[in-house]
Design a protein around this ligand. Structure first.
Ligand code: FNR
Length: 371
Protein backbone atom coordinates (compact mmCIF):
# COMPACT_ATOMS: atom_id res chain seq x y z
CA UNK A 1 0.00 0.00 0.00
CA UNK A 2 1.11 3.61 -0.56
CA UNK A 3 2.47 5.52 2.42
CA UNK A 4 -0.63 7.73 2.37
CA UNK A 5 -2.73 4.69 3.24
CA UNK A 6 -1.07 4.41 6.67
CA UNK A 7 -3.45 5.76 9.30
CA UNK A 8 -1.75 4.84 12.55
CA UNK A 9 1.50 3.39 13.87
CA UNK A 10 0.12 -0.15 13.91
CA UNK A 11 -0.36 -0.06 10.13
CA UNK A 12 3.40 -0.09 9.58
CA UNK A 13 3.71 -3.31 11.52
CA UNK A 14 1.48 -5.22 9.09
CA UNK A 15 3.39 -3.88 6.09
CA UNK A 16 6.76 -4.62 7.72
CA UNK A 17 5.75 -8.18 8.40
CA UNK A 18 5.11 -8.66 4.68
CA UNK A 19 8.24 -6.95 3.40
CA UNK A 20 10.85 -8.04 5.94
CA UNK A 21 12.97 -11.18 5.73
CA UNK A 22 11.55 -13.77 8.15
CA UNK A 23 14.78 -13.74 10.18
CA UNK A 24 14.70 -9.96 10.53
CA UNK A 25 11.01 -10.05 11.44
CA UNK A 26 11.78 -12.71 14.05
CA UNK A 27 14.51 -10.59 15.62
CA UNK A 28 12.50 -7.34 15.73
CA UNK A 29 9.08 -8.60 16.70
CA UNK A 30 10.06 -11.16 19.32
CA UNK A 31 9.77 -10.82 23.08
CA UNK A 32 11.07 -12.91 25.96
CA UNK A 33 9.62 -16.35 26.74
CA UNK A 34 5.80 -16.24 26.49
CA UNK A 35 5.76 -12.60 25.39
CA UNK A 36 3.35 -11.62 28.17
CA UNK A 37 5.22 -8.39 28.91
CA UNK A 38 5.60 -7.65 25.20
CA UNK A 39 1.82 -7.71 24.78
CA UNK A 40 1.12 -5.92 28.04
CA UNK A 41 3.37 -2.97 27.22
CA UNK A 42 0.73 -1.42 24.99
CA UNK A 43 -2.30 -2.85 26.78
CA UNK A 44 -1.27 -1.14 30.04
CA UNK A 45 -1.89 2.25 28.42
CA UNK A 46 -5.46 1.21 27.74
CA UNK A 47 -5.99 0.64 31.46
CA UNK A 48 -5.42 4.35 32.07
CA UNK A 49 -8.53 6.39 31.40
CA UNK A 50 -8.89 10.04 30.51
CA UNK A 51 -10.34 12.70 32.80
CA UNK A 52 -10.66 15.67 30.45
CA UNK A 53 -11.45 19.26 31.42
CA UNK A 54 -13.80 21.38 29.35
CA UNK A 55 -14.02 25.00 28.29
CA UNK A 56 -10.30 25.58 28.21
CA UNK A 57 -9.09 27.72 25.32
CA UNK A 58 -7.51 25.08 23.09
CA UNK A 59 -7.34 27.06 19.86
CA UNK A 60 -3.54 26.89 19.87
CA UNK A 61 -1.83 23.67 20.95
CA UNK A 62 1.89 23.68 21.68
CA UNK A 63 3.51 20.22 21.70
CA UNK A 64 7.08 21.41 22.05
CA UNK A 65 9.18 20.55 25.06
CA UNK A 66 12.77 20.16 26.25
CA UNK A 67 14.27 16.80 27.17
CA UNK A 68 17.74 16.75 28.80
CA UNK A 69 18.45 20.18 27.44
CA UNK A 70 17.32 19.34 23.90
CA UNK A 71 14.36 21.24 22.44
CA UNK A 72 11.98 18.76 20.75
CA UNK A 73 8.87 19.10 18.63
CA UNK A 74 7.05 16.75 21.03
CA UNK A 75 7.98 14.70 24.14
CA UNK A 76 9.26 11.79 22.03
CA UNK A 77 12.59 10.29 21.01
CA UNK A 78 13.64 7.34 18.90
CA UNK A 79 15.06 4.83 21.32
CA UNK A 80 18.07 2.62 20.65
CA UNK A 81 17.39 -0.60 18.79
CA UNK A 82 20.23 -2.77 17.52
CA UNK A 83 20.90 -3.63 13.88
CA UNK A 84 18.64 -1.32 11.88
CA UNK A 85 20.09 -2.60 8.62
CA UNK A 86 17.90 -5.64 9.01
CA UNK A 87 14.95 -3.34 8.35
CA UNK A 88 16.40 -1.34 5.48
CA UNK A 89 19.76 -1.00 3.79
CA UNK A 90 20.04 2.61 5.01
CA UNK A 91 19.56 1.42 8.61
CA UNK A 92 20.51 3.90 11.33
CA UNK A 93 21.48 6.51 8.74
CA UNK A 94 17.85 6.67 7.64
CA UNK A 95 16.73 6.90 11.27
CA UNK A 96 19.12 9.81 11.92
CA UNK A 97 17.73 11.61 8.87
CA UNK A 98 14.15 11.04 9.99
CA UNK A 99 14.97 12.30 13.50
CA UNK A 100 16.39 15.50 11.99
CA UNK A 101 13.26 16.02 9.88
CA UNK A 102 10.87 15.22 12.72
CA UNK A 103 12.69 17.38 15.29
CA UNK A 104 13.18 14.62 17.84
CA UNK A 105 16.37 13.16 19.35
CA UNK A 106 17.63 9.73 18.34
CA UNK A 107 19.41 7.50 20.83
CA UNK A 108 22.28 5.96 18.88
CA UNK A 109 22.58 2.26 19.70
CA UNK A 110 25.92 0.70 20.72
CA UNK A 111 25.15 -2.25 18.47
CA UNK A 112 24.54 -0.29 15.31
CA UNK A 113 24.86 -1.67 11.81
CA UNK A 114 26.51 1.59 10.65
CA UNK A 115 29.59 3.05 12.31
CA UNK A 116 29.34 6.00 14.67
CA UNK A 117 30.98 8.25 12.09
CA UNK A 118 28.47 7.22 9.44
CA UNK A 119 25.58 7.95 11.76
CA UNK A 120 27.01 11.30 12.80
CA UNK A 121 27.70 12.13 9.17
CA UNK A 122 23.99 11.83 8.39
CA UNK A 123 23.09 14.52 10.94
CA UNK A 124 21.92 17.93 9.86
CA UNK A 125 23.53 20.88 11.66
CA UNK A 126 21.89 21.45 15.00
CA UNK A 127 20.51 17.95 15.36
CA UNK A 128 20.99 16.73 18.92
CA UNK A 129 21.55 13.11 19.83
CA UNK A 130 21.52 10.73 22.75
CA UNK A 131 23.44 7.49 22.84
CA UNK A 132 22.86 4.10 24.42
CA UNK A 133 25.72 2.18 26.00
CA UNK A 134 26.18 -1.50 26.59
CA UNK A 135 29.14 -1.70 28.93
CA UNK A 136 31.70 -3.99 27.34
CA UNK A 137 33.51 -6.63 29.41
CA UNK A 138 36.64 -4.80 28.29
CA UNK A 139 35.99 -1.50 30.01
CA UNK A 140 38.60 0.39 28.03
CA UNK A 141 36.60 -0.24 24.86
CA UNK A 142 33.55 1.36 26.44
CA UNK A 143 35.64 4.30 27.64
CA UNK A 144 36.98 4.87 24.16
CA UNK A 145 33.50 4.73 22.66
CA UNK A 146 32.09 7.12 25.27
CA UNK A 147 34.90 9.60 24.61
CA UNK A 148 34.04 9.52 20.92
CA UNK A 149 30.37 10.16 21.68
CA UNK A 150 31.22 13.07 23.92
CA UNK A 151 33.57 14.58 21.35
CA UNK A 152 30.77 14.33 18.78
CA UNK A 153 28.54 16.46 21.02
CA UNK A 154 26.13 13.72 22.10
CA UNK A 155 24.02 15.13 24.94
CA UNK A 156 23.22 12.15 27.13
CA UNK A 157 24.39 8.61 27.70
CA UNK A 158 21.80 5.93 28.47
CA UNK A 159 23.45 2.90 30.02
CA UNK A 160 21.39 -0.22 29.46
CA UNK A 161 21.25 -2.13 32.73
CA UNK A 162 18.56 -4.73 32.20
CA UNK A 163 20.47 -7.16 30.03
CA UNK A 164 23.28 -8.91 31.98
CA UNK A 165 22.02 -11.91 30.06
CA UNK A 166 19.88 -11.60 26.98
CA UNK A 167 16.33 -12.90 27.26
CA UNK A 168 15.18 -16.02 25.42
CA UNK A 169 13.41 -14.83 22.32
CA UNK A 170 12.23 -18.02 20.80
CA UNK A 171 10.89 -16.57 17.57
CA UNK A 172 14.34 -15.18 16.95
CA UNK A 173 16.12 -18.38 18.01
CA UNK A 174 13.98 -20.48 15.69
CA UNK A 175 14.91 -18.40 12.70
CA UNK A 176 18.61 -19.29 13.28
CA UNK A 177 20.04 -16.05 12.32
CA UNK A 178 22.43 -16.15 9.37
CA UNK A 179 21.46 -13.09 7.36
CA UNK A 180 23.89 -10.65 5.90
CA UNK A 181 23.14 -7.12 7.04
CA UNK A 182 23.46 -8.27 10.60
CA UNK A 183 27.06 -7.22 10.95
CA UNK A 184 27.65 -5.98 14.43
CA UNK A 185 30.22 -3.26 14.06
CA UNK A 186 32.55 -2.74 16.88
CA UNK A 187 33.35 0.79 17.72
CA UNK A 188 36.71 0.88 16.03
CA UNK A 189 34.89 0.09 12.85
CA UNK A 190 35.97 -3.55 12.63
CA UNK A 191 33.35 -6.12 12.06
CA UNK A 192 32.87 -8.38 15.00
CA UNK A 193 31.52 -11.19 12.84
CA UNK A 194 34.11 -13.77 13.77
CA UNK A 195 33.57 -13.46 17.50
CA UNK A 196 29.90 -14.24 17.73
CA UNK A 197 27.99 -17.46 17.63
CA UNK A 198 24.83 -16.93 15.64
CA UNK A 199 23.39 -20.39 15.99
CA UNK A 200 21.02 -19.22 18.71
CA UNK A 201 19.59 -16.20 16.86
CA UNK A 202 20.63 -12.58 16.57
CA UNK A 203 20.05 -11.67 20.19
CA UNK A 204 22.29 -14.44 21.51
CA UNK A 205 24.92 -13.50 18.95
CA UNK A 206 25.33 -10.03 20.38
CA UNK A 207 25.27 -10.94 24.06
CA UNK A 208 29.07 -11.31 24.27
CA UNK A 209 29.22 -7.50 24.15
CA UNK A 210 27.59 -6.97 27.52
CA UNK A 211 29.34 -7.17 30.90
CA UNK A 212 27.19 -9.07 33.42
CA UNK A 213 29.40 -7.96 36.34
CA UNK A 214 28.29 -4.32 36.03
CA UNK A 215 26.89 -3.12 39.39
CA UNK A 216 26.18 -0.03 41.53
CA UNK A 217 29.86 0.27 42.48
CA UNK A 218 30.61 0.97 38.81
CA UNK A 219 28.40 4.07 38.72
CA UNK A 220 31.19 6.42 39.89
CA UNK A 221 33.38 5.00 37.11
CA UNK A 222 30.60 5.63 34.57
CA UNK A 223 30.25 9.21 35.77
CA UNK A 224 34.01 9.72 35.75
CA UNK A 225 34.51 8.81 32.09
CA UNK A 226 32.24 11.51 30.68
CA UNK A 227 30.79 14.95 31.11
CA UNK A 228 27.61 13.85 29.31
CA UNK A 229 24.50 13.34 31.39
CA UNK A 230 24.37 9.69 32.43
CA UNK A 231 21.05 7.86 32.79
CA UNK A 232 20.13 4.27 33.51
CA UNK A 233 18.07 2.50 30.88
CA UNK A 234 16.14 -0.27 32.55
CA UNK A 235 14.88 0.81 35.99
CA UNK A 236 11.81 -1.14 37.09
CA UNK A 237 11.07 -0.09 40.66
CA UNK A 238 11.12 2.88 43.00
CA UNK A 239 14.14 1.69 45.03
CA UNK A 240 16.42 1.57 42.01
CA UNK A 241 15.24 4.96 40.78
CA UNK A 242 16.12 6.42 44.20
CA UNK A 243 19.55 4.73 44.15
CA UNK A 244 20.18 6.24 40.72
CA UNK A 245 19.07 9.66 41.94
CA UNK A 246 21.24 9.45 45.05
CA UNK A 247 24.19 8.34 42.94
CA UNK A 248 23.92 11.68 41.15
CA UNK A 249 22.72 10.33 37.80
CA UNK A 250 20.61 12.50 35.52
CA UNK A 251 17.68 10.18 35.13
CA UNK A 252 16.28 6.80 34.21
CA UNK A 253 14.24 5.05 31.55
CA UNK A 254 11.50 2.82 32.90
CA UNK A 255 11.33 0.02 30.41
CA UNK A 256 11.58 -3.70 29.97
CA UNK A 257 13.51 -3.78 26.71
CA UNK A 258 10.31 -3.88 24.68
CA UNK A 259 9.31 -7.09 26.47
CA UNK A 260 12.47 -8.84 25.31
CA UNK A 261 14.12 -9.57 28.68
CA UNK A 262 12.38 -10.69 31.87
CA UNK A 263 8.92 -11.91 30.95
CA UNK A 264 5.93 -11.00 33.17
CA UNK A 265 7.65 -7.89 34.49
CA UNK A 266 5.60 -4.69 34.48
CA UNK A 267 5.24 -2.23 31.62
CA UNK A 268 7.20 0.98 32.19
CA UNK A 269 4.00 3.03 32.36
CA UNK A 270 2.84 0.89 35.27
CA UNK A 271 6.15 1.39 37.10
CA UNK A 272 5.97 5.16 36.62
CA UNK A 273 3.64 6.12 39.53
CA UNK A 274 5.73 4.02 41.95
CA UNK A 275 8.95 5.67 40.77
CA UNK A 276 7.59 9.22 40.90
CA UNK A 277 6.34 8.66 44.43
CA UNK A 278 9.61 7.10 45.61
CA UNK A 279 11.60 9.99 44.12
CA UNK A 280 9.33 12.55 45.80
CA UNK A 281 9.76 10.79 49.13
CA UNK A 282 13.53 10.81 48.62
CA UNK A 283 13.42 14.61 48.31
CA UNK A 284 13.91 14.76 44.55
CA UNK A 285 12.64 18.09 43.16
CA UNK A 286 10.85 18.32 39.81
CA UNK A 287 13.40 18.57 37.01
CA UNK A 288 16.29 17.25 39.10
CA UNK A 289 16.04 13.71 37.74
CA UNK A 290 14.42 12.98 34.37
CA UNK A 291 12.22 9.94 34.05
CA UNK A 292 11.42 8.44 30.65
CA UNK A 293 9.22 5.54 29.62
CA UNK A 294 9.41 3.29 26.61
CA UNK A 295 7.60 0.16 25.49
CA UNK A 296 4.28 -0.08 23.71
CA UNK A 297 3.99 3.59 22.75
CA UNK A 298 1.73 3.39 19.70
CA UNK A 299 -0.70 6.32 20.02
CA UNK A 300 -0.52 10.00 20.84
CA UNK A 301 -2.69 9.19 23.86
CA UNK A 302 0.09 6.92 25.19
CA UNK A 303 2.53 9.84 25.12
CA UNK A 304 -0.04 12.00 26.88
CA UNK A 305 -0.58 9.43 29.64
CA UNK A 306 3.13 8.97 30.30
CA UNK A 307 3.69 12.73 30.51
CA UNK A 308 0.62 13.11 32.73
CA UNK A 309 2.08 10.61 35.19
CA UNK A 310 5.40 12.45 35.37
CA UNK A 311 7.52 11.30 32.44
CA UNK A 312 9.70 13.90 30.76
CA UNK A 313 9.14 12.04 27.50
CA UNK A 314 8.81 8.65 25.88
CA UNK A 315 10.81 6.48 23.53
CA UNK A 316 9.53 4.53 20.52
CA UNK A 317 11.31 1.45 19.24
CA UNK A 318 9.58 -0.99 16.92
CA UNK A 319 7.30 1.56 15.19
CA UNK A 320 10.48 3.28 13.94
CA UNK A 321 11.92 0.01 12.66
CA UNK A 322 8.65 -1.05 11.03
CA UNK A 323 8.15 2.32 9.34
CA UNK A 324 11.77 2.15 8.16
CA UNK A 325 11.34 -1.36 6.77
CA UNK A 326 8.13 -0.40 4.99
CA UNK A 327 8.89 3.02 3.52
CA UNK A 328 12.42 4.05 4.49
CA UNK A 329 13.21 7.33 6.21
CA UNK A 330 10.05 9.07 4.98
CA UNK A 331 7.95 6.32 6.56
CA UNK A 332 9.44 7.19 9.94
CA UNK A 333 8.75 10.90 9.47
CA UNK A 334 5.14 10.07 8.60
CA UNK A 335 4.81 7.81 11.63
CA UNK A 336 5.95 10.65 13.92
CA UNK A 337 3.55 13.03 12.21
CA UNK A 338 0.70 10.66 13.04
CA UNK A 339 1.70 10.49 16.71
CA UNK A 340 2.03 14.25 16.71
CA UNK A 341 -1.45 14.74 15.22
CA UNK A 342 -2.93 12.27 17.68
CA UNK A 343 -1.22 13.92 20.66
CA UNK A 344 -2.43 17.31 19.51
CA UNK A 345 -6.00 16.04 19.35
CA UNK A 346 -5.79 14.40 22.78
CA UNK A 347 -4.35 17.59 24.30
CA UNK A 348 -7.12 19.64 22.74
CA UNK A 349 -9.88 17.30 23.85
CA UNK A 350 -8.38 17.05 27.36
CA UNK A 351 -8.06 20.79 27.86
CA UNK A 352 -4.24 20.84 27.99
CA UNK A 353 -2.98 23.32 25.39
CA UNK A 354 0.70 22.81 26.23
CA UNK A 355 2.93 20.06 27.60
CA UNK A 356 3.24 21.65 31.07
CA UNK A 357 -0.53 21.49 31.43
CA UNK A 358 -0.56 17.69 30.94
CA UNK A 359 -0.89 16.68 34.60
CA UNK A 360 -1.98 13.63 36.55
CA UNK A 361 -5.37 15.25 37.15
CA UNK A 362 -6.20 14.53 33.50
CA UNK A 363 -5.91 10.73 33.76
CA UNK A 364 -7.16 7.99 36.06
CA UNK A 365 -4.93 5.09 37.06
CA UNK A 366 -7.40 3.15 39.17
CA UNK A 367 -7.13 0.18 36.83
CA UNK A 368 -3.34 0.00 36.98
CA UNK A 369 -1.92 -2.94 38.93
CA UNK A 370 -0.31 -0.82 41.64
CA UNK A 371 -3.56 0.72 42.76
C1 FNR B 1 15.66 -3.21 21.31
N1 FNR B 1 15.96 -2.56 22.51
C2 FNR B 1 17.27 -2.28 22.84
N2 FNR B 1 17.58 -1.60 23.97
C3 FNR B 1 18.86 -1.32 24.28
O1 FNR B 1 19.10 -0.68 25.29
N3 FNR B 1 19.86 -1.71 23.46
C4 FNR B 1 19.65 -2.41 22.32
O2 FNR B 1 20.58 -2.76 21.60
C5 FNR B 1 18.31 -2.71 21.98
N4 FNR B 1 18.02 -3.41 20.85
C6 FNR B 1 16.72 -3.63 20.48
C7 FNR B 1 16.45 -4.26 19.28
C8 FNR B 1 15.15 -4.46 18.87
C9 FNR B 1 14.88 -5.11 17.57
C10 FNR B 1 14.07 -4.02 19.70
C11 FNR B 1 12.65 -4.20 19.29
C12 FNR B 1 14.35 -3.42 20.90
C13 FNR B 1 14.88 -2.07 23.38
C14 FNR B 1 14.40 -0.71 22.90
O3 FNR B 1 15.33 0.28 23.27
C15 FNR B 1 13.04 -0.32 23.52
O4 FNR B 1 13.05 -0.57 24.89
C16 FNR B 1 11.86 -1.02 22.94
O5 FNR B 1 11.98 -1.21 21.57
C17 FNR B 1 10.62 -0.21 23.23
O6 FNR B 1 9.49 -0.90 22.98
P1 FNR B 1 8.65 -0.74 21.62
O7 FNR B 1 8.54 0.72 21.29
O8 FNR B 1 9.42 -1.52 20.61
O9 FNR B 1 7.37 -1.36 22.02
Amino acid sequence: PPLAAMLNSFDFESVAREVMEPQAWGYYSSGGDDEITLRDNHLAFQRITMRPRILVNVKEIDLTTTMLGIPCSLPLYFTATALAKLAHQDGEVAIVKAACKAGVPYMLPTLSSYTLDEMLGACEPGQELYAQLYVNPERSRSEQYVRKLEAAGVKALFVTVDAPQLGRREKDMRSKFTQQGSDVQDKDGDEAEGEVDRSQGAARAISSYIDPSLNWDDVPWLKSITKMKVLLKGVQCGEDAVLAYKAGLAGAVLFNHGGRQLDTCRPGIEVLPEVMEALREAGCKPGEFSVFVDGGIRRGADIFKAVALGATGVGVGRPVLYALASYGSKGIVRMVQMLQDELQMVMRLSGAPNVKMITDKLVLTTNLADH
